[in-house]
Design a protein around this ligand. Structure first.
Ligand code: FDA
Length: 308
């Protein structure tokens, strides 16, 4: 793993720096490149604007690794409000949730109960809950939870998961998820993982991404391909067109503030595009992972900061 990527991922877990940055005005201004704003209203405005541009959204109320049950319930309340707002304003948007924000590290039962109520609420409002994937110590528990919830007849299809192509296990996981009819978001993976569980070389992560893309596209389920990598996108488009898979049968997903030109181009070409819209005060770990993916962003942010 390149040194700068490791350094930013290590910094993303630094509590004192996180507390300092999240409270500072300077930090918030920096984060605005990748974060829609601090309040629910900011995220909803962005979702509405995306809908007008022909894109859908998935809303992420930032936060992870809560340290008390109260915090977990408070985090869930924001998502319940989002589901109500989305329905009331007829937005084309769903929600993305991290299980550690729902208390997974305190008690798996707590997180599952909270997630279940969110999925029940989404089913009532004809919406959808995507469970984000965190580091590899949580992969199995996340998969098990999503499978259990999706197995409830009244919740089937209302919950989906994320698979990371950097993990060796992902091919087997994708096979099982397809067999269970679970919607997958495929990404490369954003955490620091040891070579025992994840491909250390980017070329292997990319090769696996393309292999998993083909498996997902061939399945009858509507999946999401989350990447800004033009080579991955071109390969997916070519495979779909060679195999008669209509663009309406899958979607591309990208992050708010990243490759907006590419997002718009795909819409013009007739593809479904969903933008991941994070918002809230706990933006620091998310923001640092975005810098880890592309350390050149530091220079980009600095230039724009002083230009404003
Ligand atoms: P790659 O990193 O190879 O980058 C390809 C090109 O994309 C770069 O050359 C650059 O041009 C552009 N690019 C990529 N990242 C950029 C950035 N931050 N700023 C500017 N340009 C950038 N991960 C995870 O572990 N669990 C999850 O649940 C999710 N969820 C998720 C949802 C969505 C919608 C997306 C798009 C991504 C995620 N991820 C994620 C993150 C994902 O794992 C991965 O870290 C990033 O998407 C970067 O990988 P790419 O596929 O874009 O390719």
């Amino acid at each position: 793993m390149p040194v700068l990527r490791s350094a930013f991922i290590a910094l993303s877990r630094n509590r004192p720096l996180r507390n300092f940055c999240e409270k500072s005005r300077f930090g918030r201004r920096m984060s605005s490149r990748f974060v829609a704003g601090m309040e629910i209203g900011d995220a909803l405005r962005v979702a509405e604007a995306l809908n007008h541009q022909g894109m859908t959204a998935t809303l992420d109320s930032l936060g992870e690794s809560v340290t008390s049950e109260t915090e977990a319930h408070q985090a869930a309340e924001i998502y319940h409000s989002l589901l109500d707002w989305i329905a009331a304003h007829k937005l084309n948007a769903n929600i993305s949730v991290k299980l550690t924000q729902m208390g997974l590290e305190l008690s798996p039962e707590l997180a599952e109960g909270i997630a279940e109520r969110l999925v029940e609420h989404a089913a009532k409002t004809r919406n959808f809950v995507r469970i984000d994937m965190e580091d590899s110590s949580l992969t199995q528990v996340t998969l098990d939870m999503v499978r259990r919830l999706n197995a409830r007849r009244d919740l089937r299809g209302t919950i989906g998961i994320v698979i990371q192509s950097y993990l060796y296990r992902s091919q087997a996981d994708v096979e099982h998820l397809i067999a269970d009819g679970i919607k997958v978001r495929l990404c490369k993976g954003a955490y620091k993982e040891p070579a025992e569980v994840a491909f250390p070389r980017k070329a292997d992560v990319d090769t696996n991404y393309m292999k998993l893309t083909r498996m997902l596209l061939e399945s009858p389920i509507y999946h999401g391909l989350a990447t800004h990598d033009e080579a991955m996108i071109a390969a997916a488009k070519a495979f779909a067109s060679e195999h008669g898979i209509e663009p309406s049968r899958f979607e591309f997903q990208m992050l708010y503030g990243v490759r907006r030109d590419l997002q718009r181009r795909l819409v013009r070409e007739g593809y479904n595009v969903r933008v991941y819209v994070p918002f809230g005060r706990e933006w620091y770990p998310y923001f640092m992972r975005r810098l880890a993916e592309r350390p050149a962003n530091v220079l980009f942010l600095a230039r724009n900061f002083f230009r404003r």
